[in-house]
Design a protein around this ligand. Structure first.
Ligand SMILES: [Zn+2]
Length: 288
């Protein structure tokens, strides 16, 4: 398993990244600014990348390059029902070869169009209510029955995202009978391996305008996250926003989205969809 350090290759990664990396991962994992009701599970602490010492990170980089190039990447999702704003950004995604996942509340026409362009579709309930407040029949309608029409239109819905990120613990297990990946929502950056995501429970970091009001701070944060994922070599960052609109609180400015896509593309990071990180999903019955 030991890999000799090749100085030529490792010189791609500036020393400050490697020396500061362990501290940075620890710092982002212990960030305390979590809004009330935020749910975060299957976190980086459980997967242990926070404990990787710098010399092992060098090994990981070399192993990742030896296998199949960099496998680090981003798992970018857009929630709710901003179909017009999303469609307007299709050319922007294409420009950077970016595949993303839209967590929708219906609209099979949009979903089929997005799938045809290589994007993915997840489900986000029909009416976007706090699922903790529903009786069981209403809960089942929102999470499963209302998804049936989309699936009957050939839209697989491998992943489910809780409205507002709100849930009770029993819901995870129940939803995993019908979805491969269940996604929470919060403000803390989390890094996952492919295997951790395939296990089914993740939390995604909000990159909405309202969460990071300052443009410079946004660009700095995105740069740090992407450099960390690439330096470790096999980590994936789930990121979530809503509309694509310069004035939206819950949405991302077009310039910010382009910065994210361009930076990830130039760094050679991969754009993952939820469905491709759930390789067993094809063999699971897609209907409730
Ligand atoms: Zn939502």
């Amino acid at each position: 398993m030991a890999v000799k350090v090749n100085m030529k290759k490792t010189s791609v990664f500036p020393a400050w990244i490697l020396s500061g990396l362990t501290l940075f991962v620890l710092a982002v994992s212990s960030c305390a600014t979590i809004p009330p009701g935020d749910r975060e599970r299957g976190t980086v602490e459980e997967q242990a990348p926070a404990e990787i010492p710098a010399e092992d990170i060098v090994e990981d980089i070399l192993e990742a390059e030896a296998e199949d190039g960099i496998t680090a990447g981003i798992l970018l999702g857009f929630d709710d029902n901003y179909y017009a704003g999303w469609e307007a950004a299709f050319p922007l995604f294409d420009r950077y070869g970016a595949k993303v996942t839209f967590f929708v509340q219906g609209n099979p026409a949009f979903c089929l169009n997005a799938l045809a362009r290589g994007h993915d579709i997840g489900y986000h309930t029909e009416n976007h209510v706090d699922l903790r407040n529903l009786d069981r029949a209403a809960w089942t309608y929102e999470t499963l029955d209302s998804a049936r029409a989309l699936r009957e239109n050939g839209i697989p819905l491998a992943a489910f995202a809780y409205p507002f990120g709100f849930s009770d613990p029993w819901m995870d297990e129940e939803l995993l009978k019908n979805y491969a990946i269940i996604r929470g929502f919060g403000t803390t950056p989390r890094f996952y391996t492919k295997e951790a995501i395939a296990s089914g429970l993740i939390a995604s970091k909000s990159i909405d305008n309202t969460v990071i009001p300052d443009d410079t701070a946004f660009y700095q944060m995105i740069g740090d996250l992407l450099q960390t994922a690439k330096a470790v070599g096999d980590l994936i960052i789930p990121l979530t926003t809503h509309n694509i609109d310069d004035g939206a609180q819950w949405g991302i400015k077009t310039a910010r989205l382009e910065f994210l896509l361009q930076t990830a593309s130039e760094m050679g990071l991969r754009f993952y969809t939820y469905r491709e990180l759930a390789p067993e999903w094809e063999s699971v019955s897609p209907s409730p």
